[in-house]
Design a protein around this ligand. Structure first.
Ligand code: EPZ
Length: 430
C-alpha cells in the first residue's frame, strides 16, 4: 500500500492547476445513461472514484473510453442491457447509487446494491427513494439491493426533507425524461448540481432553477449527446489554499471562482488569511502577512461552509493561538482526523458534534493513518507544517478524490513524495 512521506517546514509558492470536480463528474457520468449515443466529457479528473464509476457503467453494459492524459471520458450507454450495479462495486463507492435515477428513467428499471455506511456516517438513501416514488417509481428492497421500477416516470412534486446533494442529483436525472413537469423543493444548491443541470440541458434537457432550492424540470422525450466540460474542483482548490496559508507561503489556485467557495473564503479571511480573488482570470490567491486568529466554523449545506473542507481548515486552527470551534452538522462522524492530529501534538477536544481546538506552538511529524478522503488530505497538510517527517498511510483514500496530490504540492516547493516501496524512504533523507 502506498504511503506519502512529507518533511515539514517548507514555504509553498506558486500556482496550482485545479482538476475537474470529482463531485460534478460523478453525477454527470451517471447522467450519461440518459443520453442516446456517445457522450464525451472533458476535464474529468483521473482519480479512483472516477475509475469506480466507469466500472459501474461498464457493468451495466455501457461502452466507456478513458483517455487519461487528456482527462477525457467517452460513454456510449445505448447497449446498456443489465440495469444492475452489484454490491462489490457499490461498496467501494456509495456514489454508485447515482445510476438508479437514470436507469429507471431510461430502462424503466434499476437495481442497485444498497450503499451501506462508510467511515463518515450511515448515509442512508431514504430521500432518494421517497423522491423516486413521488415520480411514480415502485421501490422494493430485497437481499441488500434496492429496485426502482416504472413503465414511464411521470413528473411530480417533491419536497426534500433535507437538501441532500445525491438525492437532488438522482431526482433531477429521473425527472429529465419523465412525462410532464417536476418541481423539487428544498433541493440542494451546490455548484455541482448546477453543473449537472447544465450538462443535461446541453444534451437537450429542460431544467431551470438549479442552484436554488426550487428546481423545475420539464421532462423531454430524449437527450442527444453533446460534448461537455466538467467544472473545476472547489474542494481541491480550498485544500491547496489552506496549504499555502499554513506554510506561510503564497499560493494561487486556477481555475476557481469566488462564488463556489464564498463561505470558506470568508472564513479564511476571518482566520487572518489575506485572500485575493481575480474572478476574470478565475484565480484565487492567498499570501502573507498571515496573522492567524481563532475561528468558529459551522459546516452547512451550500452556500454555507462545506463539510468537505472542515478537516483541512482545522489544520490551520491547530497552530492558531486561542480556541477555535468546529461544529460538524452534516455528517455524524467526520472528526476522524482529530485523533491523528492529536498524535502530532494538536490540542483538540470533541464535545458532542463540536471540536474545540486550542492552538499549540508546533506539531511533530508522526506516522498517521488516513481514514476518509478529506481527513487524509488534512493529515498531509499537517505534515507540511510539522517538525520532522510525517508518513501518511492508506493514501488510497486520497487517490479517491485528488489527482496527483503530492505532485502538485511538490511542484510548489513541498518536500513530499509517494513511497511505493522502501527505496524512496532512503531518498527522502532525514
Ligand atoms: C455529497 O455526498 C458529496 N459526495 C460528499 O462529498 C459531500 O460531503 C456531501 O454531498 C455533502 O456536501 C458526492 O457528491 C459524490 P448528502 P452525498 O446526500 O450526496 C443525509 C467528498 O469528500 N442523507 O447531501 O452522499 C446523509 O446521511 C464527499 O467528496 C439522508 O439522511 O451527501 C448526510 O448526513 C464526502 N438521507 C447528509 O444527508 C438521504 O437519502 C448529507 O448527505 C441522503 C442523505
Amino acid at each position: 500500500m502506498d504511503r506519502i512521506l512529507v518533511n515539514g517546514g517548507r514555504v509553498l509558492k506558486g500556482e496550482i492547476p485545479i482538476s475537474g470536480s470529482k463531485n460534478a463528474a460523478l453525477p454527470i457520468l451517471a447522467a450519461t445513461i440518459l443520453c442516446r449515443g456517445a457522450v464525451t466529457l472533458k476535464n474529468v479528473p483521473m482519480i479512483r472514484d472516477i475509475t469506480s464509476m466507469v466500472a459501474v457503467l461498464r457493468t451495466l453494459g455501457a461502452e466507456v473510453r478513458v483517455e487519461r492524459k487528456e482527462n477525457r471520458v467517452t460513454v456510449n450507454t445505448e447497449r446498456i442491457v443489465r440495469p444492475e450495479a452489484p454490491y462489490e462495486l457499490v461498496k467501494t463507492m456509495r456514489a454508485s447509487i447515482l445510476v438508479l435515477g437514470p436507469l429507471v428513467a431510461t430502462l424503466g428499471r434499476g437495481r442497485v446494491s444498497l450503499p451501506g455506511g462508510c467511515a463518515i456516517g450511515t448515509r442512508p438513501i431514504d430521500i432518494h427513494l421517497a423522491g423516486l416514488e413521488a415520480l411514480g417509481a415502485e421501490i422494493t428492497l430485497e437481499h441488500g439491493y434496492v429496485i426502482a421500477e416504472s413503465r414511464r416516470l411521470r413528473g411530480g412534486y417533491f419536497r426534500l426533507p433535507f437538501p441532500s446533494v445525491g438525492a437532488t442529483e438522482n431526482l433531477v436525472c429521473a425527472a429529465a425524461l419523465a412525462s410532464g413537469r417536476t418541481i423539487l423543493e428544498n433541493a440542494a444548491r451546490e455548484p455541482e448540481i448546477v453543473d449537472l443541470a447544465d450538462f443535461i440541458n446541453a444534451q437537450g434537457g429542460a431544467i431551470s432553477g438549479a442552484g436554488t432550492e426550487r428546481i423545475e424540470i420539464e421532462g423531454v422525450g430524449s437527450l442527444a449527446p453533446r460534448e461537455y466540460s466538467v467544472m473545476p474542483d472547489r474542494i481541491e482548490a480550498g485544500t491547496f489554499l489552506v496549504a499555502g496559508a499554513i506554510t506561510g507561503g503564497r499560493i494561487a489556485v486556477r481555475p476557481m471562482r469566488r462564488v463556489w467557495l464564498a463561505s470558506f473564503l470568508d472564513t479564511l479571511d476571518q482566520a487572518g488569511v489575506p485572500v485575493a480573488v481575480e474572478d476574470a482570470e478565475e484565480r484565487i490567491t492567498v499570501s502573507p502577512p498571515y496573522r492567524f486568529r481563532p475561528v468558529e466554523v459551522r459546516t452547512a449545506v451550500f452556500p454555507g461552509f462545506p463539510t468537505d473542507l472542515q478537516a483541512q481548515m482545522m489544520v490551520l486552527s491547530v497552530l492558531t493561538e486561542g480556541e477555535s470551534v468546529y461544529h460538524e452538522t452534516i455528517f455524524e462522524n467526520r472528526f476522524m482526523h482529530v485523533a491523528e492530529l492529536r498524535r502530532m501534538g494538536a490540542h483538540i477536544e470533541i464535545v458532542g458534534k463540536s471540536a474545540h481546538v486550542r492552538g499549540v506552538p508546533f506539531l511533530s511529524g508522526a506516522e498517521v493513518m488516513a481514514s476518509d478522503l478529506r481527513a487524509s488530505a488534512a493529515l498531509v497538510l499537517a505534515g507540511l507544517i510539522a517538525r520532522g517527517r510525517t508518513t501518511v498511510t492508506r493514501v488510497y483514500h486520497i487517490d479517491r478524490g485528488y489527482e496527483r496530490f503530492e505532485e502538485k504540492l511538490a511542484a510548489v516547493g513541498a518536500d513530499i513524495l509517494r513511497d511505493r516501496d522502501a527505496a524512496n524512504e532512503a531518498r527522502m533523507g532525514s
